[in-house]
Ligand binder design. Structure first.
Ligand code: MSP
Length: 491
């Protein structure tokens, strides 16, 4: 069985999840669920980046005496949010766990033995928001452009990693076709490397929180060096098939992480996909800007699948897009309720009314009936191709187009007015085939709703696979169960 390993970034715990952090998580969840449907041995990893100075500050602000206690409280909140949002991760890594600490030490020892660590003095401008040293040229009006705060001037003894030694190799590897997607992000990274890589500081002295450097107990690991190693939590699945990351953290993944892996002697990730930002009135949604929207609040107000659907549907995966509740309502009402939900509901009600609830046996199909069966096949191919390219929004558009065509077919056939029993049977049979196809196509995006639908039509959700889209899951003669609308109109 082929394996598929996908990751999200691990999140800082100075705040609870926002639509911004739900975004990479849901992208990864959709892709992971799709790979499971393909029958692959899928490993989906997410987790928390806890060894940051932000954790210490947030614990203090929250009046926690014990930082770990604060981290534990936050970890529960993050886990709960992902459970509510129906995220199907296979492991949840916290960087304060012993297993992670051990991995970091092992990894560091490999790099150290390679001769890639040295001691030196560092003077620079540190942004605690980014957890990184910035250069003067990166500042805008003296501030970090992302966090809108001036960085701290720091001068200290650090241990350095010889990143510059790997410059040529990194450049060669990451220029491979489709390695970093979208291409715009790849170009940024390539230009950055071509300007020349400097060695990076990987430790900080005299900070109380974090993982201790095995070779010098006064030092803690720089949080990014520690955080990136989370991805090695289960080496059976290494190398990762795709890291899903935000465009703000491409350098860490495409440059530093690749360099670290080369030094320690690991294979590098197969692909890095960088998505854009959810914005509010054009500004990045982020805690430091105070404009976050809570996805759990949204899920409780509108439904989990309304949120999952909207987050994926609203913006092309590589680009930025604005978030608004109004847009969410419109999409849910016009697309999920009036289009997809309407088709499924109409068909099931007709099966009840016109055929006593049983899926009819087809007779001789005419060309139009056959065109729908053909459409099922072509849609599957198109969606598969888009999913492979992480074009998730576009996949949903195709599925919606499919549903629009199905509604058209049903309206043309008007089985409720039809006298010819053969035509009624054929139409309802074709539509029920289309319902099963729709349910498999939609499963990765809105799994909870699809599970409810499968229950109504008597299909066990574990039995669906991508390969079954064109097949007859609802056997003629099968009696459909109680019918309930799948989506509720938002008023
Ligand atoms: N802890 C680091 C990642 C370490 S990975 C080894 C970090 N954490 S974060 O919590 O600040 O951000 C995590 C991810 O969430 C990033 O990929 C970031 O791009 C994403 N998002 C946070 N806000 C976002 C939006 N408003 N929109 C889309 N994604 C954004 O960085």
């Amino acid at each position: 069985m082929s394996k598929f390993f996908i990751t999200t970034p691990i999140y800082y715990i100075n705040s609870t999840p926002s639509v911004g952090s739900a975004y990479p998580t849901i992208i990864a969840d959709v892709v992971a669920r799709w790979h499971r449907l393909l029958g692959e041995d899928t490993f989906f990893l997410t987790g928390l980046d806890e060894n940051s100075v932000k954790t210490v500050q947030a614990a203090k602000q929250g009046n926690f005496k014990d930082i770990k206690e604060y981290a534990d409280v936050m970890a529960e909140k993050w886990k709960r949010a992902w459970t509510i949002l129906n995220v199907s991760h296979d492991d949840f890594i916290r960087t304060t766990e012993g297993r992670h600490e051990k991995n970091v030490e092992n990894f560091f020892n490999k790099v150290y033995k390679k001769g890639d660590i040295y001691r030196g003095e560092y003077e620079g401008l540190y942004c605690e928001g980014c957890e990184v040293f910035l250069t003067e040229s990166e500042l805008v009006n003296g501030e970090c452009p992302l966090h809108k705060k001036p960085p701290k001037k720091i001068r200290e003894e650090n241990y350095f990693f010889k990143l510059s030694k790997y410059q040529d190799k990194i450049l060669e590897l990451i220029q491979a076709e489709n390695y970093i997607e979208p291409t715009s992000r790849k170009n940024e990274v390539v230009n950055f490397i071509k300007e020349g890589l400097k060695d990076i500081s990987i430790s900080r002295p005299n900070i109380g929180w974090g993982i201790t450097l095995p070779i010098d107990k006064k030092h803690k690991f720089w949080v990014w060096f520690d955080a990136l190693i989370n991805y090695l939590v289960d080496e059976r699945y290494w190398p990762v098939d795709v890291h899903i990351i935000g465009k703000d953290i491409t350098r860490f993944h495409c440059v530093i992480w690749v360099g670290m892996l080369l030094s320690a002697g690991y294979k590098i990730p197969k692909k890095i996909f960088a998505h854009g930002f959810f914005t509010i009135n054009g500004q990045k949604m982020s805690k430091s800007l105070g404009n976050v929207v809570d996805p759990v609040y949204l899920a409780e107000k509108y439904s989990v699948d309304a949120v999952r659907y909207f987050i994926i549907r609203e913006i092309p995966t590589g680009q930025d897009g604005d978030f608004s509740e109004e847009a969410l309502k419109t999409r849910v009402n016009t697309e999920l309720v009036a289009n997809i939900g309407n088709f499924i509901h109409r068909v099931l009600i007709l099966v009840k009314k016109l055929n006593g609830g049983k899926i009819p046996k087809p007779g001789n199909l005419d060309e139009r009936d056959q065109s729908i069966l053909d459409l099922i096949e072509t849609k599957q191919e198109v969606v598969e191709d888009l999913m492979e390219q992480f074009k998730l929004k576009e996949s949903l558009e195709e599925i919606l187009g499919f549903s629009t065509e199905l509604n058209r077919y049903l309206s043309e056939r008007e089985p409720w007015k039809e006298k010819d029993a053969n035509r009624i049977n054929n139409c309802l049979y074709i539509c029920s085939r289309a319902i099963t196809a729709l349910s498999i196509l939609l499963y990765p995006f809105i799994p909870g709703t699809v599970e409810k639908l499968l229950l109504q039509i008597g299909i066990e959700n574990k039995t669906i696979t991508w390969g079954k889209i064109g097949q007859e899951l609802l056997k003629p003669g099968f009696e459909v169960g109680e019918i309930k609308p799948l989506f509720e109109k938002i008023t």
